[in-house]
Design a protein around this ligand. Structure first.
Ligand code: FRU
Length: 504
């Protein structure tokens, strides 16, 4: 009898485990906090986006990936593709650790002219090999640059036999190569983060690299080691302006990791900055290590890792950790006499639009948007415009009384996101701190776009001049959204649109 009961109990447990597992499998991309319109890995850990390259109608997105754990560890390059920058399909892992080390961040190019000899149009990845064994033994020269190539659109890869192609000159932090073709000099340019500055290298064949110049020891923010750079031109009213992106692991404008950039000129050898000001691509705390796609012509599309090294390893997700930002298109904007880089969500977000609510010329007061547009149960986008910006506040909330506040404060002339009452904030010190972005434009009229997902909000103000990205972890989904303004801001146009999940 006892034996029978035990057997029954064991059988019931097995059925329960089986059901739980199959439920998990069914609910892949449906778990708590799982972004519905942002890329996240099916399972395991993800950090920096890597090797983004457009080829044959597909946007390739590789990423720093620890497939067997939800914390940072031995780095591989995960791989996903998209035809529209919105819907992503995760593919098998592209690059595995090897004798030279684990695979740290880097970039990918299409070698149209077969400069490297791997075949015309080979996809070539240029990445940092990080040798943990040497690191444990106390060596300084643990990071070198290596290459790998693929002749089948990134599905299978061959590491180059002559790796590393760029040995370490004696700098501990020597990583994250971003390579681009420089037409006027007919050379590949590698922009490399070398501790507290950038070193530019050039090559005719992706295999032999010579140093060109250094930039930045005394420029910009230095609250952390320089990482993940990018270099590209943007056009402003017929004028070519070069942008140098430099990520820093800590010391961002609101604490922790952030992305700074310089505007200036690159002549194939040297980068010269226009001004000495430190500029931030995104003032938020959750947009790091972002760079742009290569091979997209004049259009520059950026994506970042939507987390921060201050807490990335402990955010309360279960089967996976971290998502990317929504893909953003970069442009130059002038405010006063200075050039800034603006970012706005790529237009393809329109592909996800479902039911929407529109209003014109409303004085807020207190507008309960979801009472008109229907409760949020997934992602959404909110757009509003005003001719005369005054203080206002948008509140995302749930039935548990948790809220995320964001908006504009006229006194300080800042946009802000306040996560102090947003839900679970206890896993990291300072997670509840209010974050702010200065208003850069000098105009009275304003526009605001919010992209809201299960665990993130991206705020784009003034056509993407002031940007704030932040993640959050409420105990249940935010279902309500309201807009309030003590000063009675007059909203010209308000549009709230529910967005369909990219995983369904
Ligand atoms: C940035 C970074 C890179 C490095 C990678 C390792 O987040 O630290 O500098 O290549 O992550 O995963």
């Amino acid at each position: 009898m006892i034996a029978n009961t035990r057997w029954l109990f064991t059988a019931m447990c097995l059925i329960f485990i089986f059901e739980a597992n199959s439920q998990n499998a069914d609910s892949a991309y449906g778990e708590r906090y799982r972004p519905q319109i942002h890329f996240s890995p099916k399972k395991g850990w993800m950090n920096d986006p890597n090797g983004m390259v457009y080829f044959n109608g597909k946007y390739h997105l590789f990423f720093q990936h620890n497939p067997n754990s939800t914390v940072w560890g031995p780095m591989h390059w995960g791989h996903a593709i998209s035809t529209d920058l919105v819907h992503w399909k995760e593919l098998p892992i592209a690059l595995y650790p090897d004798a030279l080390g684990t695979i740290f961040s880097g970039s990918a190019v299409i070698d149209k002219n077969n400069t490297a000899g791997f075949g015309a149009n080979a996809m070539v990845a240029i990445f940092t090999s990080h040798n943990h064994t040497m690191e444990k033994e106390g060596f300084e020269k643990v990071e070198t640059q290596s290459i790998a190539y693929s002749s089948d659109e990134g599905n299978t890869w061959t590491k180059y036999k002559g790796n590393p192609v760029l040995p370490n000159p004696g700098i501990r932090d020597f990583r994250d190569p971003k390579v681009t073709w420089h037409e006027p000099t007919q050379k590949w340019i590698m922009t490399l983060a070398t501790k507290d500055h950038i070193t530019f290298y050039s090559s005719a064949d992706l295999k032999n690299w010579s140093e060109e110049s250094k930039f930045g020891k005394n420029s910009g923010a230095h609250g952390g080691v320089w990482e993940c750079p990018d270099l590209f031109p943007l056009n402003y009213e017929g004028k070519e302006i070069w942008i140098l992106i430099v990520n820093i692991g800590s010391g961002g404008p609101n604490g922790g990791s952030a992305t700074q950039y310089f505007t200036g000129h690159f002549d194939g050898h040297h980068f010269t900055a226009n001004d000495a000001e430190t500029k931030w691509l995104d003032y938020g705390v959750d947009n790091y290590a972002g760079i742009t796609w290569s091979n997209t012509g004049d259009k520059k599309i950026f994506i970042g890792w939507m987390s921060n090294w201050a807490y990335a390893n402990v955010v309360p997700t279960v089967n996976w950790r971290s998502a990317n930002t929504f893909a953003r298109e970069l442009a130059i904007k002038k405010a006063g006499e200075k050039y800034f880089v603006s970012s706005v969500p790529v237009a393809e977000i329109n592909l996800l639009k479902a039911a929407s609510y529109n209003a014109k010329k409303i004085k807020a007061g207190n507008i309960n948007i979801t009472s008109k547009a229907g409760k949020m149960n997934g992602a959404a986008i909110l757009n509003l415009t005003t001719d005369h910006l005054k203080s206002f506040r948008i509140i995302l909330s749930n039935n548990a009384g948790e809220k995320l506040l964001l908006g504009y404060n006229e006194k300080t002339d800042q946009y802000y996101i306040d996560r102090s009452r947003s839900g679970n904030i206890a896993f990291a010190k300072d997670f509840g701190q209010k974050i702010t972005a200065p208003r850069l434009t000098t105009e009275n009229n304003a526009d605001l776009t919010l992209i809201i997902d299960a665990a993130s909000v991206e705020l784009f103000a003034d056509k993407g001049l002031s940007v704030l990205t932040a993640i959050f972890f409420p105990t249940s989904h935010y279902t309500h959204i309201t807009l309030t303004s003590d000063d009675g801001i007059l909203i010209n146009q308000l549009n709230f649109t529910h967005l369909n999940s990219i995983w369904k």
